[in-house]
Ligand binder design. Structure first.
Ligand code: ASP
Length: 333
């Protein structure tokens, strides 16, 4: 499994070389933009841009980008290769939202490698917003999704190694630490897009916290916690220990702060400060990151700890990866 750094290097190389179709960078989609969390956001944004750059809709773009993250890579924190819960089950969380308020989500779904597409079906085909566990899987099967064993040999090995201590310990930006498999034990792809019609959409998908309790659901499928989008203002998404986002209704908070006139970066910073204010001691030991884009395409981010990066893609550049500012600036990796 590639480390975050190796993955970053190879994805940037790919982006600079032959990854883009001919003429790709020249296609103009005025004002269109897609942003997402972490370094795997670079290729995920490019998958979204393949839709957005041709004048496609924000909702189609974020679904395509999130789908790439779910199966186009193999990392321990999103989709098919996600690490399991403490009982060995891979359970996935995802949500999708349009700027007009339509939204759908699935939580603790098992055996389905594209939870983001199930979330979209929940949005489009049911009167509900959130389906969980067996009910979510049953719905997915009724929509033609196949049930598969998502636990990779690598995830199985890491889980067995973890069982020796069985200590639940969220890690901050884990690269270069000596975890089993030396892989992140939590991350999420949160993605926000603005299309050329000025419509916004967001997607958020994750396998959640590695070694979580069975039945644990994080922020990513909770509208307002891991994701919130409003065409009148902008959107926000989150990564990090989801309990903190849920406690603070954090993505909704970021959007509401932008509604009051804050820039995306200021709004993200204020939300991080709320996390610290509520649990100052805990905040030193866990990572929380916000990413926001307003309806004019201004982008900002803020994190608790150093190490959060976010990817930005528009007509002028498809492989930008930027470091976020943070409250705590000591290097924890
Ligand atoms: N927010 C995710 C969760 O709590 C994990 C992460 O993004 O790091 O499930």
């Amino acid at each position: 499994m590639p480390s975050r750094r190796t993955f970053l290097q190879s994805s940037l190389l790919a982006a600079g070389a032959a990854a883009l179709p001919r003429g790709f960078a020249q296609i103009r989609a005025s004002g269109a933009k897609v942003v997402s969390t972490w370094d795997f956001g670079v290729p995920a944004n490019q998958a979204a841009w393949a839709v957005l750059g041709k004048g496609g809709s924000a909702i189609d773009a974020v679904e395509a980008g999130a789908r790439w993250a779910e199966t186009g890579q193999c990392n321990s924190t999103v989709g098919r290769c996600g690490y399991p819960d403490r009982d060995g089950h891979v359970t996935l969380d995802a949500s999708i939202m349009k700027g007009d308020g339509s939204c759908g989500a699935v939580a603790a779904i098992e055996g389905i490698d594209h939870p983001i597409s199930v979330a979209r079906k929940v949005m489009e085909k049911t009167p509900h917003v959130l389906l969980v566990a067996e009910g979510a899987q049953q719905f997915a099967v009724s929509e033609g999704f196949k049930v598969q064993d998502l636990r990779t040999p690598e995830a199985e090995k890491a889980w067995k190694a973890w069982l020796k201590t069985s200590k639940y310990q969220p890690e901050i930006n884990v690269e270069r630490r000596s975890l089993p498999g030396n892989s992140e034990n939590h991350d999420t792809i949160g993605m926000l897009a603005l299309d050329k019609e000025g419509r916004m959409a967001g997607a958020c998908t994750t396998s959640g916290m590695a070694w979580k309790m069975r039945g644990r659901v994080g922020d990513s499928p909770i509208i307002g916690a891991g994701l919130y989008v409003d065409d009148e203002v902008g959107g926000a998404t989150a990564s990090g220990v989801g309990e903190e986002m849920i406690r603070n209704a954090a993505s909704f908070l970021v959007v509401e702060l932008m509604r009051q006139g804050r820039s995306p970066a200021d709004a993200c910073r204020e939300a991080i400060e709320r996390v610290v204010h509520k649990r100052p001691a805990a905040s030193k030991e866990l990572q929380v990151c916000f990413l926001a884009m307003n309806k004019d395409g201004q982008v900002g981010a803020f994190a608790l700890h150093k190490g959060f990066v976010y990817a930005v893609c528009d007509a002028s550049k498809q492989d930008a990866l930027l470091p976020s500012q943070s409250i705590y600036t000591t290097d924890r990796t």
